[in-house]
Design a protein around this ligand. Structure first.
Ligand code: IPM
Ligand code: MN
Length: 371
């Protein structure tokens, strides 16, 4: 298979984690005889520094022409700490989502038995947790009209949704539920917000065309509690842009580290894959960031291309590293491995089919640098 992929490494640890995913995709391409052609592009803080624009037109043009986009992370502290700045790295990401019409952000939340001890939740609450968040990504308060009065004393952000925006992601979420445990929870604030009532009305209507899926409705304040007290009740969570942003970070603590979770953002035509973590600037250049969220985003990309065996191989390789203690500092501060070591081990597993009973510690010593 021949695919064109735009790579946006971005800021902070973005380039480091993305590099590991490219190693892994290289191993997949070799093993399965695919050709992935990469175009590197700028976005975020680095793009502002080099071009003055967080999303240069070359980047969006390349993404529009590609079969998929692999994104690292964007954002730098100097922009976070100065609310008066007019040009910000995040604007690049938001314009890219809108420009590519990536209306559905899909964030799977899984837990690994070998990492249960890392979660602040009790292990008994983590068994069988396996759900996915369908977050609407190109509407709502993120994209509604923003205003600040002349005196700079009053501001507003409009939360706006229309029927079509709600319907297209709702259908995707129902189809996903049909292939999973056949449950869908709409998370909203329909007791207060008009937009939420529009979501509820439309989801209720659409639900009649998916009679095999059991639907329930939950207010976002309750949902934020239920994700912690009883996460295994969820299968597919469908929600609007900002609620999905907040709940998906919350849900990441179930897996033990924000660094583990991948995401895909899908439109009718384009698709983008990125870890859910941010740019983690404190770790930049140290080779310590967790590349698993990015590598698993590579697996989601393979699935998007219909390459299921390849996706499974990446997941198996990641499972193998995690369950054998090959992990970064966020997971084990005492016995930790470099970002690049994890990428190499995952790639080696794919290229050589490392058997379970091989002498793991010798192998790692021989092939990589160990802290
Ligand atoms: C995310 C991020 C972005 C968002 C930021 C960087 C604009 O937090 O992808 O979840 O809020 O959508
Ligand atoms: Mn977020």
């Amino acid at each position: 298979m021949n695919k064109n992929i735009t790579v946006i490494s971005g800021d902070g640890v973005g380039p480091e984690v993305t590099n590991e995913t490219l190693k892994v995709l290289g191993a997949i391409a070799l093993k399965f005889n695919h050709h992935f052609n990469y175009t590197q592009c700028l976005m975020g803080g680095i793009a502002i520094e080099k071009t003055g624009d967080p999303l240069p037109h070359e980047t969006i043009d390349s993404c529009l022409k590609s079969d998929a986009v692999l994104l690292g992370a964007i954002g730098l502290p100097k922009y976070d700490n100065d609310p008066s700045l007019k040009v910000r790295p995040e604007q690049g990401l938001l314009r890219l989502r809108k420009g590519l019409q990536l209306f559905a952000n899909i964030r799977p939340v899984t837990t690994y038995k070998s990492l249960h001890h890392l979660s602040p939740l009790k292990a008994k609450n983590l068994a069988d947790v396996d759900f996915v968040i369908y977050r609407e990504l190109t509407g709502g308060i993120y994209f509604g009209k923003k205003e600040l009065n002349e005196e700079g004393t009053e501001a507003s952000d409009l939360c706006i949704y229309n029927k079509d925006e709600i319907s297209r992601i709702t259908h995707l979420a129902f189809k996903a539920a049909q292939k999973r445990k056949k449950r869908l929870t709409l998370v909203d604030k329909a007791n207060v917000l008009e937009t939420s009532r529009l979501w509820r009305k439309n989801v209720q209507e659409i639900s009649t065309t998916y009679p095999d899926v059991k639907v329930d409705y939950m207010f976002v304040d309750n949902a934020s509690m239920q994700i912690i007290v009883n996460p295994k009740q969820f299968d597919v969570i469908l929600t609007e842009n900002m609620f999905g942003d907040i709940l998906s970070d919350e849900a990441s603590v179930l897996s033990g580290s924000l660094g583990l979770l991948p995401s895909s953002s899908i439109g009718e035509v384009n698709a983008l894959f990125e870890p859910i973590h941010g740019s983690y600037p404190q770790a930049a250049g140290k080779d310590i960031a967790n590349p698993v969220g990015s590598i698993l985003s590579g697996a989601l990309m393979m699935e998007h291309f219909g390459l299921h065996e390849e996706a499974k191989m990446i997941r198996d390789a990641v499972d193998w590293t995690l369950s054998n203690g090959f992990v970064t500092q966020d997971i084990d501060p005492v016995n930790s491995y470099f970002t690049s070591t994890i990428g190499e081990l995952v790639s080696n597993y794919i290229s050589n089919d490392i058997p379970q009973n091989s002498n793991i510690s010798n192998m790692a010593l021989g092939q990589t640098t160990i802290i």
